[in-house]
Design a protein around this ligand. Sequence first.
Ligand code: AMP
Length: 435
Amino acid sequence: MDFDMLGLAPRLVTVLKEQGITDPTPIQTQAIPHAMNGRDVMGLAQTGSGKTAAFGLPMIHALMKAGVKPNPKTARGLILAPTRELAKQIADNLTAYTKGSHLKVALVVGGAGIVAQTKRLAGGVDLLVATPGRLIDLLDRRAVRLDETIYLVLDEADQMLDMGFIHALRRIAPLLAKDRQTMMFSATMPKLMGELANTYLTDAVRVQVNPPGQAVKKINQSVHFVAQAAKTDLLVELLDKHRDELAIVFGRTKHGCEKLYKVLEKKGFAAASIHGNKSQGQRQRALDAFKAGKTRVLVATDVAARGLDIPDVRFVYNYDLPNVAENYVHRIGRTARAGADGSAVALVAPDEMIELKDIEKAMKETIPVASGREWDILPGQKKRPNGGGGGRRGGGGNRGGGQRASGKPGGGQAKPGGRRRNGGGGNRSRGQSAA
Ligand code: AMP
Protein backbone atom coordinates (compact mmCIF):
# COMPACT_ATOMS: atom_id res chain seq x y z
CA MET A 1 0.00 0.00 0.00
CA ASP A 2 1.32 3.45 -0.83
CA PHE A 3 -0.12 6.94 -0.89
CA ASP A 4 -0.99 6.69 -4.61
CA MET A 5 -3.25 3.81 -3.82
CA LEU A 6 -5.04 5.84 -1.18
CA GLY A 7 -6.05 8.16 -4.00
CA LEU A 8 -4.01 11.21 -3.04
CA ALA A 9 -3.07 13.66 -5.80
CA PRO A 10 0.24 12.70 -7.47
CA ARG A 11 1.66 16.12 -6.65
CA LEU A 12 1.01 15.54 -2.99
CA VAL A 13 2.48 12.03 -3.14
CA THR A 14 5.68 13.50 -4.63
CA VAL A 15 5.99 16.09 -1.88
CA LEU A 16 5.54 13.37 0.73
CA LYS A 17 8.16 11.22 -0.94
CA GLU A 18 10.64 14.09 -0.81
CA GLN A 19 10.10 14.12 2.94
CA GLY A 20 10.69 10.40 3.28
CA ILE A 21 7.00 9.65 3.76
CA THR A 22 6.34 6.75 1.42
CA ASP A 23 4.42 4.08 3.29
CA PRO A 24 1.21 5.02 5.06
CA THR A 25 1.08 4.15 8.75
CA PRO A 26 -1.84 1.99 9.95
CA ILE A 27 -3.94 4.98 11.07
CA GLN A 28 -3.37 6.62 7.69
CA THR A 29 -4.34 3.48 5.78
CA GLN A 30 -7.51 3.25 7.82
CA ALA A 31 -8.56 6.89 8.04
CA ILE A 32 -7.54 8.45 4.72
CA PRO A 33 -9.97 6.58 2.43
CA HIS A 34 -12.96 7.46 4.65
CA ALA A 35 -11.83 11.05 5.04
CA MET A 36 -11.40 11.35 1.27
CA ASN A 37 -14.98 10.14 0.90
CA GLY A 38 -16.09 13.05 3.01
CA ARG A 39 -17.03 10.94 6.02
CA ASP A 40 -16.70 12.17 9.57
CA VAL A 41 -13.94 10.25 11.32
CA MET A 42 -13.37 9.37 14.95
CA GLY A 43 -9.74 8.24 15.20
CA LEU A 44 -8.16 6.60 18.19
CA ALA A 45 -4.44 7.07 17.84
CA GLN A 46 -1.55 8.57 19.72
CA THR A 47 0.91 11.18 18.57
CA GLY A 48 3.64 9.38 16.68
CA SER A 49 1.14 7.22 14.85
CA GLY A 50 1.10 9.60 11.90
CA LYS A 51 -2.34 10.99 12.73
CA THR A 52 -1.56 14.55 11.62
CA ALA A 53 -1.09 13.30 8.08
CA ALA A 54 -4.12 11.02 8.51
CA PHE A 55 -6.42 14.03 8.89
CA GLY A 56 -4.20 16.56 7.10
CA LEU A 57 -3.63 14.85 3.77
CA PRO A 58 -7.29 14.35 2.84
CA MET A 59 -7.99 18.02 3.59
CA ILE A 60 -4.96 19.16 1.62
CA HIS A 61 -5.94 16.88 -1.26
CA ALA A 62 -9.48 18.26 -1.33
CA LEU A 63 -8.36 21.88 -1.02
CA MET A 64 -5.81 21.46 -3.82
CA LYS A 65 -8.45 19.89 -6.02
CA ALA A 66 -11.05 22.56 -5.31
CA GLY A 67 -8.55 25.28 -6.14
CA VAL A 68 -10.76 27.88 -4.48
CA LYS A 69 -9.03 30.82 -2.87
CA PRO A 70 -10.18 31.51 0.67
CA ASN A 71 -12.03 34.78 1.15
CA PRO A 72 -10.49 37.45 3.35
CA LYS A 73 -10.66 36.67 7.07
CA THR A 74 -11.89 33.14 6.51
CA ALA A 75 -10.37 29.69 6.93
CA ARG A 76 -11.37 26.66 4.85
CA GLY A 77 -10.24 24.17 7.45
CA LEU A 78 -9.84 24.56 11.22
CA ILE A 79 -7.68 22.32 13.38
CA LEU A 80 -8.09 22.79 17.12
CA ALA A 81 -5.38 21.51 19.43
CA PRO A 82 -5.18 21.67 23.24
CA THR A 83 -1.65 23.05 23.61
CA ARG A 84 0.44 25.64 21.83
CA GLU A 85 3.26 23.20 21.24
CA LEU A 86 1.00 20.63 19.67
CA ALA A 87 -0.64 23.30 17.51
CA LYS A 88 2.76 24.43 16.30
CA GLN A 89 3.78 20.88 15.55
CA ILE A 90 0.62 20.32 13.52
CA ALA A 91 1.09 23.59 11.65
CA ASP A 92 4.71 22.69 10.88
CA ASN A 93 3.66 19.32 9.52
CA LEU A 94 0.84 20.75 7.42
CA THR A 95 3.15 23.45 6.08
CA ALA A 96 5.60 20.75 5.02
CA TYR A 97 2.85 18.73 3.33
CA THR A 98 1.54 21.77 1.43
CA LYS A 99 4.98 22.71 0.12
CA GLY A 100 4.89 23.91 -3.48
CA SER A 101 1.09 24.36 -3.46
CA HIS A 102 -0.92 27.57 -3.24
CA LEU A 103 -2.36 26.56 0.13
CA LYS A 104 -1.86 28.85 3.09
CA VAL A 105 -1.45 27.46 6.60
CA ALA A 106 -1.71 29.72 9.64
CA LEU A 107 -1.04 29.12 13.33
CA VAL A 108 -2.82 31.08 16.01
CA VAL A 109 -1.88 30.38 19.62
CA GLY A 110 -1.68 32.33 22.82
CA GLY A 111 1.64 33.70 24.00
CA ALA A 112 2.49 35.00 20.55
CA GLY A 113 1.73 38.40 19.03
CA ILE A 114 -1.92 38.79 18.09
CA VAL A 115 -1.21 41.56 15.58
CA ALA A 116 0.89 39.34 13.33
CA GLN A 117 -1.76 36.63 13.58
CA THR A 118 -4.48 39.10 12.62
CA LYS A 119 -2.45 40.18 9.59
CA ARG A 120 -1.91 36.59 8.53
CA LEU A 121 -5.66 35.96 8.67
CA ALA A 122 -6.58 39.15 6.81
CA GLY A 123 -6.12 37.58 3.39
CA GLY A 124 -7.85 34.36 4.38
CA VAL A 125 -6.14 30.99 4.92
CA ASP A 126 -6.74 27.43 3.79
CA LEU A 127 -5.81 25.70 7.01
CA LEU A 128 -5.95 27.36 10.39
CA VAL A 129 -4.35 25.59 13.34
CA ALA A 130 -5.42 27.10 16.65
CA THR A 131 -5.66 26.73 20.36
CA PRO A 132 -9.25 27.53 21.35
CA GLY A 133 -8.54 30.51 23.62
CA ARG A 134 -6.64 32.55 21.08
CA LEU A 135 -9.10 31.65 18.35
CA ILE A 136 -11.96 33.04 20.45
CA ASP A 137 -9.94 36.22 20.99
CA LEU A 138 -9.52 36.60 17.25
CA LEU A 139 -13.19 35.82 16.60
CA ASP A 140 -14.19 38.48 19.13
CA ARG A 141 -11.94 40.98 17.38
CA ARG A 142 -13.51 39.99 14.06
CA ALA A 143 -10.09 39.09 12.71
CA VAL A 144 -11.54 35.87 11.36
CA ARG A 145 -14.92 34.29 10.72
CA LEU A 146 -15.66 30.60 10.38
CA ASP A 147 -18.84 30.43 8.30
CA GLU A 148 -16.85 29.24 5.29
CA THR A 149 -14.96 26.64 7.29
CA ILE A 150 -15.91 23.27 5.85
CA TYR A 151 -13.39 21.09 7.69
CA LEU A 152 -13.03 20.83 11.44
CA VAL A 153 -10.45 18.69 13.22
CA LEU A 154 -10.34 18.25 16.97
CA ASP A 155 -6.94 16.84 17.81
CA GLU A 156 -6.12 15.23 21.15
CA ALA A 157 -9.77 15.71 21.90
CA ASP A 158 -9.59 13.84 25.19
CA GLN A 159 -7.12 16.41 26.44
CA MET A 160 -9.58 19.13 25.54
CA LEU A 161 -12.05 17.48 27.90
CA ASP A 162 -9.50 17.47 30.72
CA MET A 163 -8.85 21.13 30.29
CA GLY A 164 -12.37 22.33 30.13
CA PHE A 165 -12.07 23.36 26.49
CA ILE A 166 -15.54 22.05 26.05
CA HIS A 167 -16.89 25.55 26.73
CA ALA A 168 -14.70 27.05 24.04
CA LEU A 169 -15.83 24.38 21.63
CA ARG A 170 -19.46 25.13 22.39
CA ARG A 171 -18.81 28.71 21.30
CA ILE A 172 -16.72 27.89 18.24
CA ALA A 173 -18.58 24.97 16.65
CA PRO A 174 -21.87 26.79 15.88
CA LEU A 175 -19.92 29.44 13.94
CA LEU A 176 -18.70 26.92 11.37
CA ALA A 177 -20.40 26.04 8.08
CA LYS A 178 -23.34 23.73 8.74
CA ASP A 179 -22.31 21.44 5.94
CA ARG A 180 -18.87 20.42 7.03
CA GLN A 181 -16.67 17.42 7.60
CA THR A 182 -15.49 16.84 11.14
CA MET A 183 -12.69 14.62 12.33
CA MET A 184 -11.82 13.95 15.89
CA PHE A 185 -8.60 12.31 17.07
CA SER A 186 -7.87 11.12 20.54
CA ALA A 187 -5.38 8.84 22.25
CA THR A 188 -7.93 7.52 24.71
CA MET A 189 -11.66 7.14 24.76
CA PRO A 190 -13.07 8.23 28.10
CA LYS A 191 -16.85 8.22 28.40
CA LEU A 192 -17.20 11.93 27.79
CA MET A 193 -15.51 11.52 24.41
CA GLY A 194 -18.49 9.50 23.25
CA GLU A 195 -20.72 12.44 24.11
CA LEU A 196 -18.42 14.85 22.34
CA ALA A 197 -18.43 12.62 19.26
CA ASN A 198 -22.22 12.44 19.34
CA THR A 199 -22.45 16.21 19.54
CA TYR A 200 -19.99 17.15 16.83
CA LEU A 201 -19.74 14.18 14.46
CA THR A 202 -22.36 12.80 12.10
CA ASP A 203 -22.43 9.11 11.29
CA ALA A 204 -18.70 8.90 11.96
CA VAL A 205 -16.46 6.04 10.95
CA ARG A 206 -14.37 4.88 13.86
CA VAL A 207 -10.77 3.91 13.23
CA GLN A 208 -8.17 2.93 15.78
CA VAL A 209 -4.66 1.64 16.01
CA ASN A 210 -4.12 0.88 19.68
CA PRO A 211 -7.02 -0.38 21.73
CA PRO A 212 -7.95 2.40 24.13
CA GLY A 213 -6.31 2.18 27.50
CA GLN A 214 -3.52 -0.07 26.32
CA ALA A 215 -0.02 1.21 25.91
CA VAL A 216 2.21 0.31 23.04
CA LYS A 217 3.69 -3.09 23.78
CA LYS A 218 7.35 -2.20 23.52
CA ILE A 219 7.29 -0.11 26.67
CA ASN A 220 8.97 -1.69 29.66
CA GLN A 221 6.96 -0.58 32.62
CA SER A 222 8.04 -0.76 36.24
CA VAL A 223 7.08 0.69 39.59
CA HIS A 224 9.20 1.63 42.60
CA PHE A 225 7.38 1.89 45.91
CA VAL A 226 9.18 4.75 47.57
CA ALA A 227 8.39 7.30 50.27
CA GLN A 228 7.64 10.75 48.91
CA ALA A 229 10.68 12.20 50.65
CA ALA A 230 13.01 9.68 49.01
CA LYS A 231 11.74 10.11 45.47
CA THR A 232 14.28 12.68 44.36
CA ASP A 233 17.26 10.60 45.50
CA LEU A 234 15.87 7.56 43.74
CA LEU A 235 15.18 9.53 40.57
CA VAL A 236 18.74 10.89 40.56
CA GLU A 237 20.09 7.37 41.01
CA LEU A 238 17.97 6.03 38.14
CA LEU A 239 18.74 8.94 35.82
CA ASP A 240 22.43 8.60 36.58
CA LYS A 241 22.50 5.11 35.10
CA HIS A 242 21.55 6.44 31.66
CA ARG A 243 22.96 9.92 31.46
CA ASP A 244 23.22 9.88 27.69
CA GLU A 245 19.61 8.91 27.04
CA LEU A 246 16.70 11.32 26.78
CA ALA A 247 14.27 11.15 29.67
CA ILE A 248 11.05 12.95 30.47
CA VAL A 249 10.09 13.29 34.12
CA PHE A 250 6.44 14.00 34.80
CA GLY A 251 5.35 15.91 37.85
CA ARG A 252 1.90 17.09 38.85
CA THR A 253 2.37 20.75 39.58
CA LYS A 254 4.15 23.67 38.02
CA HIS A 255 6.00 24.45 41.25
CA GLY A 256 6.91 20.84 41.85
CA CYS A 257 8.35 20.52 38.35
CA GLU A 258 10.33 23.73 38.66
CA LYS A 259 11.78 22.70 42.00
CA LEU A 260 12.68 19.25 40.76
CA TYR A 261 14.29 20.60 37.63
CA LYS A 262 16.49 22.89 39.71
CA VAL A 263 17.55 20.00 41.93
CA LEU A 264 18.46 17.93 38.89
CA GLU A 265 20.43 20.76 37.37
CA LYS A 266 22.37 21.15 40.61
CA LYS A 267 23.17 17.46 40.47
CA GLY A 268 24.79 18.03 37.10
CA PHE A 269 22.07 16.86 34.75
CA ALA A 270 21.46 18.78 31.54
CA ALA A 271 17.85 19.44 32.48
CA ALA A 272 15.02 21.75 31.47
CA SER A 273 11.42 22.17 32.51
CA ILE A 274 8.19 22.92 30.68
CA HIS A 275 4.96 23.89 32.38
CA GLY A 276 2.35 26.59 32.34
CA ASN A 277 4.42 29.09 34.32
CA LYS A 278 6.96 29.28 31.51
CA SER A 279 6.54 31.71 28.68
CA GLN A 280 5.84 30.36 25.24
CA GLY A 281 9.38 31.23 24.15
CA GLN A 282 10.88 29.41 27.13
CA ARG A 283 8.74 26.36 26.49
CA GLN A 284 9.70 26.19 22.84
CA ARG A 285 13.39 26.70 23.59
CA ALA A 286 13.35 23.97 26.23
CA LEU A 287 11.64 21.65 23.79
CA ASP A 288 14.01 22.43 20.93
CA ALA A 289 17.06 21.91 23.16
CA PHE A 290 15.64 18.58 24.31
CA LYS A 291 14.85 17.47 20.76
CA ALA A 292 18.38 18.41 19.73
CA GLY A 293 19.78 16.39 22.63
CA LYS A 294 21.34 19.46 24.26
CA THR A 295 19.35 18.76 27.38
CA ARG A 296 18.74 15.17 28.40
CA VAL A 297 16.12 15.47 31.08
CA LEU A 298 12.87 17.32 30.57
CA VAL A 299 10.72 17.86 33.65
CA ALA A 300 7.15 18.47 32.57
CA THR A 301 3.55 18.70 33.65
CA ASP A 302 0.93 16.79 31.68
CA VAL A 303 -0.51 19.75 29.91
CA ALA A 304 2.80 21.05 28.63
CA ALA A 305 3.94 17.70 27.36
CA ARG A 306 0.78 16.41 25.84
CA GLY A 307 0.89 15.30 22.24
CA LEU A 308 4.48 16.25 21.64
CA ASP A 309 6.30 14.26 19.05
CA ILE A 310 9.78 13.79 20.48
CA PRO A 311 11.71 10.92 18.97
CA ASP A 312 14.28 8.90 20.92
CA VAL A 313 12.89 9.38 24.41
CA ARG A 314 14.11 6.24 26.16
CA PHE A 315 12.75 6.85 29.64
CA VAL A 316 9.58 8.28 31.03
CA TYR A 317 9.60 8.76 34.79
CA ASN A 318 6.37 9.29 36.60
CA TYR A 319 7.75 11.23 39.53
CA ASP A 320 4.15 11.76 40.55
CA LEU A 321 1.40 9.54 39.27
CA PRO A 322 -1.26 11.35 37.28
CA ASN A 323 -4.61 11.78 38.96
CA VAL A 324 -6.39 10.63 35.82
CA ALA A 325 -5.47 7.12 34.68
CA GLU A 326 -5.66 8.01 30.98
CA ASN A 327 -2.86 10.50 31.41
CA TYR A 328 -0.58 7.64 32.38
CA VAL A 329 -1.15 6.12 28.96
CA HIS A 330 -0.32 9.44 27.34
CA ARG A 331 2.76 9.95 29.42
CA ILE A 332 4.31 6.58 28.77
CA GLY A 333 3.39 6.98 25.10
CA ARG A 334 6.18 9.59 24.94
CA THR A 335 8.67 6.73 24.88
CA ALA A 336 9.08 3.72 22.58
CA ARG A 337 8.11 5.82 19.58
CA ALA A 338 8.53 4.56 16.05
CA GLY A 339 9.29 1.02 17.11
CA ALA A 340 12.13 1.93 19.49
CA ASP A 341 12.39 0.46 22.98
CA GLY A 342 11.43 2.53 25.94
CA SER A 343 10.99 2.32 29.67
CA ALA A 344 8.30 3.85 31.82
CA VAL A 345 9.18 4.05 35.49
CA ALA A 346 6.70 5.06 38.17
CA LEU A 347 7.70 6.27 41.64
CA VAL A 348 4.79 5.55 43.91
CA ALA A 349 4.39 6.98 47.40
CA PRO A 350 1.91 5.59 49.94
CA ASP A 351 -0.84 8.03 49.08
CA GLU A 352 -0.61 7.28 45.38
CA MET A 353 -1.78 3.69 45.68
CA ILE A 354 -5.32 4.49 44.62
CA GLU A 355 -4.01 6.18 41.49
CA LEU A 356 -1.78 3.17 40.80
CA LYS A 357 -4.71 0.78 41.13
CA ASP A 358 -6.78 2.95 38.78
CA ILE A 359 -3.98 2.92 36.24
CA GLU A 360 -3.55 -0.84 36.41
CA LYS A 361 -7.27 -1.26 35.98
CA ALA A 362 -7.30 1.01 32.93
CA MET A 363 -4.26 -0.76 31.46
CA LYS A 364 -5.69 -4.16 32.31
CA GLU A 365 -2.30 -5.24 33.63
CA THR A 366 -0.20 -5.24 36.77
CA ILE A 367 2.95 -3.17 36.47
CA PRO A 368 6.04 -5.15 37.57
CA VAL A 369 7.69 -3.99 40.81
CA ALA A 370 11.31 -2.85 40.49
CA SER A 371 11.91 -1.99 44.15
CA GLY A 372 10.11 -1.61 47.45
CA ARG A 373 6.98 -3.34 48.67
CA GLU A 374 3.47 -2.41 47.75
CA TRP A 375 1.94 0.06 50.21
CA ASP A 376 -1.30 -0.76 51.96
CA ILE A 377 -4.27 1.33 51.14
CA LEU A 378 -5.56 2.63 54.45
CA PRO A 379 -9.26 2.47 55.23
CA GLY A 380 -10.87 5.70 54.09
CA GLN A 381 -7.89 6.70 51.98
CA LYS A 382 -8.99 8.74 49.01
CA LYS A 383 -7.48 9.97 45.81
CA ARG A 384 -5.16 12.91 46.12
CA PRO A 385 -6.64 16.24 45.21
CA ASN A 386 -6.13 16.91 41.57
CA GLY A 387 -3.23 19.24 40.91
CA GLY A 388 -4.78 20.29 37.65
CA GLY A 389 -7.30 22.74 36.32
CA GLY A 390 -6.86 25.38 38.98
CA GLY A 391 -8.36 23.28 41.73
CA ARG A 392 -11.52 22.28 39.91
CA ARG A 393 -11.59 18.94 41.61
CA GLY A 394 -10.04 19.59 44.98
CA GLY A 395 -10.62 17.77 48.20
CA GLY A 396 -9.91 14.45 49.79
CA GLY A 397 -6.15 14.46 49.95
CA ASN A 398 -4.29 12.63 52.67
CA ARG A 399 -0.71 12.79 51.61
CA GLY A 400 1.16 10.07 53.35
CA GLY A 401 -1.18 10.36 56.30
CA GLY A 402 0.22 7.98 58.87
CA GLN A 403 1.23 5.41 56.33
CA ARG A 404 4.08 3.22 57.42
CA ALA A 405 6.80 2.54 54.91
CA SER A 406 6.95 -1.16 54.40
CA GLY A 407 10.16 -2.42 52.92
CA LYS A 408 13.08 -0.37 51.82
CA PRO A 409 12.32 1.07 48.49
CA GLY A 410 14.80 2.76 46.27
CA GLY A 411 17.86 0.68 47.02
CA GLY A 412 17.49 1.08 50.76
CA GLN A 413 17.69 4.83 50.77
CA ALA A 414 14.08 5.60 51.47
CA LYS A 415 13.16 7.30 54.67
CA PRO A 416 10.11 5.61 56.05
CA GLY A 417 6.98 7.53 56.72
CA GLY A 418 6.28 9.45 53.58
CA ARG A 419 5.21 12.38 55.69
CA ARG A 420 7.91 14.81 54.78
CA ARG A 421 7.55 16.58 51.54
CA ASN A 422 11.03 17.76 50.87
CA GLY A 423 11.45 15.45 47.95
CA GLY A 424 12.21 18.17 45.46
CA GLY A 425 8.97 18.00 43.56
CA GLY A 426 6.52 17.30 46.30
CA ASN A 427 4.99 20.68 46.73
CA ARG A 428 1.30 20.06 46.52
CA SER A 429 -0.93 22.28 48.49
CA ARG A 430 -4.58 21.94 47.73
CA GLY A 431 -5.87 23.94 44.84
CA GLN A 432 -2.44 24.56 43.44
CA SER A 433 -2.83 24.62 39.73
CA ALA A 434 -0.92 22.30 37.53
CA ALA A 435 0.53 22.55 34.07
P1 AMP B 1 2.12 12.45 14.24
O1 AMP B 1 1.58 11.19 14.84
O2 AMP B 1 1.18 13.04 13.27
O3 AMP B 1 2.59 13.42 15.28
O4 AMP B 1 3.40 12.05 13.35
C1 AMP B 1 4.63 11.68 13.90
C2 AMP B 1 5.79 11.84 12.91
O5 AMP B 1 5.73 10.83 11.90
C3 AMP B 1 5.81 13.16 12.17
O6 AMP B 1 7.11 13.70 12.28
C4 AMP B 1 5.49 12.82 10.73
O7 AMP B 1 6.18 13.65 9.82
C5 AMP B 1 5.93 11.39 10.61
N1 AMP B 1 5.12 10.62 9.66
C6 AMP B 1 3.79 10.72 9.45
N2 AMP B 1 3.38 9.80 8.56
C7 AMP B 1 4.45 9.10 8.20
C8 AMP B 1 4.67 8.01 7.29
N3 AMP B 1 3.65 7.47 6.60
N4 AMP B 1 5.91 7.53 7.16
C9 AMP B 1 6.93 8.08 7.88
N5 AMP B 1 6.81 9.10 8.73
C10 AMP B 1 5.58 9.61 8.91
